[in-house]
Design a protein around this ligand. Structure first.
Ligand SMILES: Cc1cc2nc3c(=O)[nH]c(=O)nc-3n(C[C@H](O)[C@H](O)[C@H](O)COP(=O)(O)OP(=O)(O)OC[C@H]3O[C@@H](n4cnc5c(N)ncnc54)[C@H](O)[C@@H]3O)c2cc1C
Length: 501
C-alpha cells in the first residue's frame, strides 16, 4: 500500500460506480480526485423536488445491500451511521389487463397464498423448484463473474473450468427456459420481466440471467429511508471522509495520452490535471468517442457492446392516494413477447409496453404532501440511435397510452388527479449523464451480441486507463456498478504490484 500513495488517480464521473471506485481506491492508499460534470454526485441516482413532492429520478429498488455495506465496513464504519435501509413487502404487485393481480413475497407462506390466485394445480411445486434453479445459477455466477471480477471469455474458461461452465444455463434464452419450467402465462411474464434489472430482453438474454429472482427471494428488496438519494449522500460522505477530493460542475472534455498511456484530463474550463491512473465512470463507448476521439476501426470493435434500453420516465404528483398500488408494481403488456421484440429487435416504441410503477409513499410518507400520492412510471423504450429517433409527439402519445392503460387496468381517475408532472425522455437521460444513447443500465445483455458480457474494466488500448459502472462487467443496476468500482480498485492494485500500470 505504501507505494500507492505516490500514484495519483483521477476518477471521471461521480455515479455510484465512480464513487465506489474512488472509495475503494482511497482505502488502498491512493490519492483520488473525482471530477463530476453535474452539480451533485450520484449520477443516475438522482432526485427531483417539485411542488412538495420528492421524486427519485433514477433507481427506486435497492437490492444486494451487502455490496454497499462492504464499503462502510472496510472503512471501519457501520452503514447505518449514514444510511438507513428497510425491507419492502410485498416485493412487487403484478397487474394484468384481465384483472388478475398477484404479489411477489419473499416469505414462502405468503408466496404460496398468492400463487393460489392463479388457479393452476402444480404451479406451487414448479415455482419453488424454479427458485432452486435460479439460486444455483446465482451461486455459480456470483463466485466468478461477480466476486472475481471476470472480464473476458478466457477469464471465464480459466476460472470455471469445463465442469462448472457446463452448469451455466447459457444455451437457451431466459424466456424459453421460463416457458419450459413455469408453464403458466402469468408467471412466465413476471419472471421474464426480472430482466428489467438490466434493461434487456428475456427473448435475447441467456437463461442464466434467471439468477435475478434470487437477488430478491434470498436477499430481500430494500428502500432507503428518506428517499433513494440518501444512498448517494452517504457514499459521498464516506469518500470525503477518506480524503477523496470531489470537484462538481467539472466536465472532462479530453483525456490526454502519450502512445499507449493516458497522462491526465482536460476540463471544460481548459485546465489540465495530470494523473498516473484514470478510472472513467463515463461509459466506455462515449469515453473513447468523445474524450479520446478514437478512430472508426477501434470503435467498430466495441459494436457488440450495444446500449441497454432507455426509458420514458413519468413522475406524477396526485391529489389523492391510490391504495390499489403497492410500493412496487408492474402493469403487464397484453403481449409481452411483442413488447420485447418491438423495443429490442425493431428499436421502436411499443404500442403496449410493460410498465414499472412505483409509489414510494407506501413506505415513506415524506415523499409527498399528506393525502396525495407520488407515482413514478417507467416503460422501457429503445436507446437513441444516430438517426430516426422518436419525436416529442411520439413520447407524449406514449404517455397518454400509458395513463389510459393504468386507468383501464386498476387506477380509474388517475389522469384527473394529477396536480404536478414531470417527464424524462431518452434525450434528457443522455444529456444529463452522457450515457450511450440514453441507456439507463449501460450495456445490453444479449446471448448473440456479447454473450451477456459487458466491456472489460481495463482499457484494451491504454495501460493505465480503467472503467467502472454499468458499461463494464458485471453490468448495470446499483449493486453491480458498486461492485465494479470495488473490482476495478482490486485490479489496479494487482496490476501495480505486477508493475503492469
Ligand atoms: C429511471 C431509472 C430507473 C432505474 N431503476 C433502477 C432500480 O430500481 N434499481 C437499480 O439497481 N438500478 C436502477 N437503475 C439503473 C442504475 O441507476 C444505474 O445502473 C446506476 O446508477 C449507474 O451507475 P453508473 O456509475 O454506471 O453511471 P451513472 O450513474 O450514469 O454515472 C456516471 C456519472 O459520470 C458523469 N459523467 C459522464 N461523463 C462525464 C464527463 N465527461 N465529465 C465529468 N463527469 C461525467 C455523469 O454526469 C454521471 O454522474 C435505473 C436507472 C434509471 C435511469
Amino acid at each position: 500500500m505504501a507505494s500507492n500513495i505516490s500514484k495519483k488517480v483521477i476518477v471521471i464521473g461521480a455515479g455510484l460506480g465512480g464513487l465506489s471506485a474512488a472509495i475503494s481506491l482511497a482505502l488502498k492508499g491512493f490519492p483520488v480526485h473525482l471530477f463530476e460534470k453535474n452539480d451533485k454526485v450520484g449520477g443516475k441516482l438522482n432526485v427531483l423536488k417539485k411542488d412538495g413532492f420528492s421524486f427519485d429520478l433514477g433507481p427506486s429498488i435497492l437490492t444486494l445491500p451487502h455490496y454497499f455495506r462492504r464499503l462502510w465496513t472496510r472503512t471501519g464504519r457501520r452503514m447505518e451511521e449514514d444510511v438507513t435501509i428497510e425491507t419492502v413487502t410485498p416485493h412487487w404487485r403484478n397487474f394484468f389487463e384481465d384483472g388478475t393481480v398477484v404479489d411477489l413475497h419473499m416469505d414462502p407462506v405468503e408466496m404460496k397464498r398468492e400463487l393460489t390466485k392463479l388457479s393452476d394445480p402444480g404451479l406451487e411445486k414448479r415455482f419453488f423448484e424454479y427458485l432452486e434453479y435460479s439460486a444455483e445459477q446465482y451461486d455459480l455466477i456470483e463466485k466468478g463473474y461477480f466476486e472475481n471480477g471476470l472480464d473476458t471469455k478466457q477469464d471465464f474458461v480459466s476460472f470455471y473450468k469445463l465442469k462448472n461452465l457446463l452448469k451455466i444455463d447459457y444455451w437457451t434464452t431466459m424466456h424459453k427456459r421460463n416457458k419450459r419450467r413455469l408453464k403458466n402465462p402469468y408467471l412466465i411474464d413476471i419472471m421474464d420481466y426480472f430482466i428489467k434489472y438490466v434493461g434487456s430482453s428475456a427473448l435475447n438474454s441467456p437463461a442464466f440471467m434467471n439468477l435475478m429472482p434470487t437477488i430478491q427471494f434470498r436477499y430481500d428488496l430494500w428502500y432507503v429511508k428518506g428517499g433513494m438519494y440518501n444512498l448517494a449522500i452517504g457514499m459521498e460522505r464516506l469518500a470525503k471522509g477518506l480524503g477523496v477530493e470531489i470537484s462538481l460542475n467539472a466536465e472532462v472534455t479530453e483525456i490526454e495520452r502519450d502512445e499507449n498511456r493516458v497522462k491526465g484530463i482536460r476540463l471544460a474550463d481548459g485546465s489540465f490535471h495530470a494523473s498516473d491512473i484514470i478510472v472513467s465512470n463515463m461509459e466506455v463507448i462515449p469515453a473513447y468517442e468523445k474524450l479520446l476521439k478514437e478512430d472508426d476501426v477501434f470503435m467498430d470493435k466495441l459494436k457488440p457492446f450495444e446500449p441497454a434500453c432507455s426509458g420514458l420516465v413519468l413522475h406524477l404528483g396526485t391529489n389523492r392516494p391510490f391504495p390499489q398500488l403497492a410500493h412496487h408494481n408492474f402493469f403487464f403488456a397484453k403481449d409481452q413477447e411483442k413488447h420485447f421484440r418491438t423495443v429490442f429487435d425493431e428499436g421502436r416504441i411499443p404500442e403496449d409496453p410493460t410498465l414499472y410503477v412505483v409509489a414510494p409513499s407506501r413506505t415513506d410518507t415524506s415523499v409527498c404532501p399528506e393525502g396525495c400520492d407520488n407515482i413514478k412510471i417507467l416503460p422501457h423504450i429503445p436507446h437513441l440511435k444516430k438517426e430516426g429517433n422518436p419525436s416529442r409527439e411520439d413520447y407524449i402519445a406514449l404517455r397518454n397510452r400509458i395513463l389510459e392503460k393504468m386507468e383501464r387496468t386498476a387506477l380509474p381517475g388517475l389522469r384527473e388527479s394529477i396536480i404536478t408532472e414531470d417527464m424524462w425522455t431518452p434525450e434528457d437521460i443522455q444529456r444529463r449523464y452522457y450515457s450511450n444513447g440514453g441507456s439507463i443500465y449501460g450495456v445490453v445483455s444479449d446471448r448473440k451480441k456479447n454473450f451477456a458480457m459487458k466491456c472489460p474494466k481495463k482499457s484494451t488500448k491504454y495501460t493505465n486507463l480503467y472503467f467502472t459502472g454499468g458499461s463494464v462487467n458485471p453490468g448495470g443496476g446499483m449493486p453491480m456498478v458498486v461492485l465494479s468500482g470495488q473490482n476495478v480498485a482490486d485490479m489496479i492494485d494487482e496490476d501495480l504490484s505486477g508493475r503492469d500500470v
